[in-house]
Design a protein around this ligand. Sequence first.
Ligand SMILES: C[S@@+](CC[C@H](N)C(=O)[O-])C[C@H]1O[C@@H](n2cnc3c(N)ncnc32)[C@H](O)[C@@H]1O
Length: 274
Amino acid sequence: MDPVSRFYSGPGGLVAAIGSALDASGADRSALRPADLAPVDEFHIRGRSATLEIVEALAVDAGSQVVDLGSGLGGPARTVAEVVGCTVTGVDLTPEFCEVATALSDWTGMSDLTRFHVGDATATHLPDAAADAALTIHVAMNIADKEALYAEAFRVVRPGGRFVVYDVLQGEGGEVRYPVPWAHDTSTSFLATPQEMRALLPAAGFEVVSETDSSDESLRWFQELRARSQQQGPPPVTFATFLGDSFAQMAANQVTNLAERRIRTVMFACVRPS
Ligand SMILES: C[S@@+](CC[C@H](N)C(=O)[O-])C[C@H]1O[C@@H](n2cnc3c(N)ncnc32)[C@H](O)[C@@H]1O
């Protein structure tokens, strides 16, 4: 198995583990909405609120076809599809995450608008220029060949369509403290700097429409997450459901990484010129 997929894959049985945790909390599985699953399936810093910003930046409507590169457990795809009414195709390297994404869409009544395929975001086999827009959230940190990732995004988006990247970037404060929620160490972690992103995206053919640094909000988000968890206990399902006991250390390191400016969270909204 690819070392990146190995990092994300647990002992197996993730669909059942999420289902049991929800049942134990008393949640009515037949009435679940995508937002109810956000603590586990919006697997990126600032969770669903960041995805809602991306929805705006995608500039799509109900008839649109959207591609999510590195779709994880499918939370962002369901949020985009639910808010806009469009169709979202997710591609992810980790087979178990695609299985969970498909099950969670079923449980939340989102199967008609979302579908998930196992695949590599740098070579998706999706058709040329068939998507009205594409997004990728917290995935490029695991991909060394960023030229291939952004070339693939350019290939699948139609001329005039948007591509929105929201990623963790290397900050000016020094080396990242590991483990983090995407890697145990540098062997599967490849962070670009903001300067590198400003060159990579145009080199792939995109015009960058906006760049938004949310690092201060990201630090507050982690601090609030920890405070809420200490006061009220964690929600029934969280990233710890698949990252295990190491998640507490990873979250603590993220507070340090953000506070010491070792990482930045930045969204780039781009357009493929017509
Ligand atoms: C931190 S998670 C983010 C998931 C999702 N984008 C979200 O925000 O909820 C990173 C995801 O990237 C996927 N990934 C990493 N490298 C990939 C690649 N080369 N192609 C496709 N997916 C990849 C992993 O399997 C994992 O699901």
